[in-house]
Every structure is written in structure tokens, then in C-alpha cells.
Design a protein around this ligand. Structure first.
Ligand code: FES
Length: 120
């Protein structure tokens, strides 16, 4: 016997429209990690821009810290759900584009998408 699964029509609306997680892991042994490559600055910038744009809050956008997401070789990395789009970024303008294009308008920033074969 199988348990009935809710259909999309029965699923409650998502608590957040979009959720972005930034890896803020740092390794001190010389292995790849995101904090030495600017992850904290990217997180701080994203948080500030989402708030300033009035996008933060239930039904809208949430910016969260995460531990290692196991894609360290491409760091710094962040992932946006529900689309499950992985990004890497270099500077404030990259973060601003992710906020404006993807988090606000749902358009993926193709130039910043992490290649699919990048792992740890
Ligand atoms: S240290 Fe950032 S993904 Fe692993």
C-alpha cells in the first residue's frame, strides 16, 4: 500500500519564494574553501541588497549562511532554490546581478552559473 502524496494543487504555498544559501566554510589546511575567496563579502552584500530592495521576508526572499556545500573547487558558491541554480561570484556587481535578475525577477544569470562538473 502506498501513501498518497500531495499534488501541486494541494501543496501549501512556499514560505519563501526564493531561498539563497551561501557557503561560508573556511578550511585552514590549504584545501579549497569559500571564505578565503570572498564568500563572507558576497553574503553580506546579498543580504544588504535584498533588504534594501524590499525583497526580504515571508513570501519573498531569504538569504542564509550554509556550511560546506561540497562544491568547493568552484568557490565561492551560492545556490538558489526552488530552481536549484548554483552560482559562483567574484565581486559586488555579480551579487547585485543575482539579486536583481534572479532573486527579484526569476531570470537565471547564465554567466555566473557554476559548471555542472565542479565538485569538491
Ligand atoms: S567550502 Fe564552500 S562549497 Fe565547500
Amino acid at each position: 500500500m502506498t501513501t498518497p502524496q500531495p499534488t501541486d494543487a494541494q501543496a501549501p504555498p512556499p514560505y519563501y519564494e526564493r531561498h539563497i544559501f551561501f557557503c561560508l566554510n573556511e578550511r585552514k589546511n590549504g584545501e579549497d574553501s569559500c571564505v578565503p575567496r570572498g564568500a563572507q563579502a558576497g553574503f553580506d552584500r546579498c543580504k544588504a541588497r535584498v533588504k534594501a530592495a524590499g525583497l526580504a521576508g515571508p513570501g519573498r526572499v531569504r538569504v542564509n549562511k550554509a556550511g560546506c556545500l561540497d562544491r568547493c573547487a568552484g568557490g565561492p558558491v551560492a545556490v538558489v532554490y526552488p530552481e536549484a541554480v548554483w552560482y559562483t561570484f567574484v565581486d559586488d556587481s555579480d551579487i547585485d546581478e543575482i539579486v536583481e535578475s534572479h532573486l527579484k525577477n526569476g531570470q537565471v544569470v547564465e554567466r555566473l552559473v557554476l559548471p555542472p562538473d565542479v565538485g569538491r
